[in-house]
Write a protein that binds this ligand. Structure first.
Ligand SMILES: [Fe+2]
Ligand SMILES: [Fe+2]
Length: 412
């Protein structure tokens, strides 16, 4: 018997063990020969490896050997990217190994330095910390982008325990673009449903009211922020980072057999939204933070704390609160860098781990150039096992491709 990576699996091999998805649902029983359709289904469900009959030699993959010099260059670049986190922690080591593998096999569109705006390094000691920044932020009474009415209407429907799937569908159907986006997601590998879903009421029935509204909420809000000056932030990279975090959060939640995994998708999607608000309303301050981070070799998060006395998590919480969005979203956005301080540390820890993994894989960027430090207590709180990372990375690659269209959409 041998363990074979999915990309090296050949039709005709025979399964030595049952193959299940991350929720334990049987995809193909042992003893069955594998056909081309099975390989496609395994990919959709993020199965990373399967055990097949035959000696290990027969099953040994004939994958493309990686040029040692290239691998070494990727490793060195990654080591630099991991410089702020404890490389001796076993979980960080596993994430590093997965990131190295993913980058060497070009699994994701990796961000290179040219993708990020180059910060002007500050002159050391010139600028003073602004510890009253958060107060000024609130007092400025900035005009926050208006949340789409349709999102508020959806929130009202889900807040009412007597609401029906048809009522939810009626609200969504008011926006043709939101309807089209949701149906596209529901019919994508994100769900891998066996039948085509052609109407919102059926989608609500299959996925659930809360889940569908969480999806709609996330994609509607991200659509509000499309124009950020490129000298501050590469918006396309920011959206890629957010989408990937949403996907990873949902996958990690599924690994823990959590209910309402779509709410974790939205939590991941919106976790860094506070940074967008800072970029829009306080461009000089964020530029100063970027320069400070470049000069000191720290994270942008740490530079925000040092220069502004608060960070993008605090601003995100304020924004989501003003919009009267669910408290869990506020808390996950607020605490994704300090998850043990969250009222629900386990949920915030998932966002924390997802953020770390996405930064390690280099899918987009929220303006950070390094992998944020892992909080070991948060890892304990997460209840995760690092064995899930290989599957999560593979499944993220597949789902990211199918959801990339969300990065180009307009507000509903
Ligand atoms: Fe963040
Ligand atoms: Fe992030």
């Amino acid at each position: 018997m041998g363990s074979v990576r999915i990309k090296e699996l050949k039709a005709g091999m025979v399964l030595a063990d049952d193959v299940t998805d991350i929720k334990g649902r049987l995809l193909l029983p042992k003893g069955r020969p594998i056909g081309p359709d099975h390989i496609r289904i395994f990919k959709i469900w993020g199965v990373a490896r399967v055990n097949v009959m035959g000696g290990p030699k027969e099953c040994e993959p004939a994958g493309q050997p990686i040029d040692p010099a290239r691998l070494e260059a990727i490793r060195r670049a990654l080591e630099n990217r991991f410089r702020l986190t404890d490389r001796n922690h076993p979980v960080v080591q596993e994430i590093f190994a997965q990131a190295l593998q993913a980058r060497a096999s070009d699994l994701f569109p990796a961000v290179n330095a040219a993708g990020l705006p180059e910060p002007a390094p500050e002159a050391d000691g010139v600028s003073q910390p602004r510890e009253d920044f958060f107060q000024k932020f609130i007092e400025k009474e900035i005009l926050l982008p208006e949340i789409p009415t349709i999102v508020m209407e959806m929130n009202e429907v889900i807040a009412n325990p007597l609401s029906t799937a048809d009522q939810m569908a009626q609200v969504v159907n008011k926006s043709p673009s939101l309807t089209a986006q949701l149906l596209r997601i529901v019919n994508s590998a994100f769900y891998g449903l066996p039948t085509r879903v052609d109407r919102v009421s059926l989608a609500v029935t299959l996925i659930g009211t809360r889940e569908l509204s969480a999806l709609a909420l996330g994609i509607s809000i991200m659509s509000l922020f499309k124009i950020i000056p490129s000298r501050l932030l590469n918006m396309q990279l920011f959206l890629q980072h957010s989408l990937a975090c949403g996907i990873v959060c949902r996958l990690l939640a599924a690994h823990k057999a959590m209910r309402h995994t779509e709410q974790m998708f939205t939590a991941g999607l919106l976790h860094d939204i506070g940074r967008l608000v800072i970029c829009i309303h306080f461009p000089e301050e964020i530029l100063e933070c970027m320069g400070h981070a470049a000069l000191k070799g720290t994270s942008l998060f740490a530079a925000e704390m040092e220069k502004l006395g608060c960070h993008h998590g605090h601003i995100g919480k304020y924004l989501l609160h003003q919009w009267r969005l669910p408290l869990s979203l506020e808390n996950n956005a607020s605490c994704h860098h300090e998850p043990t301080e969250a009222p629900d540390p386990a949920a915030a820890a998932l966002v924390h781990v997802a953020d770390l993994l996405v930064n390690a894989l280099g899918i987009g960027s929220s303006g950070e150039r390094c992998v944020p430090p892992l909080d070991p207590r948060a890892w304990e709180d997460s209840g995760l096992s690092s064995e899930c990372f290989e599957t999560v990375v593979q499944q993220t690659a597949h789902q990211f491709k199918t959801l990339e269209f969300l990065l180009q959409t307009k507000a509903p």
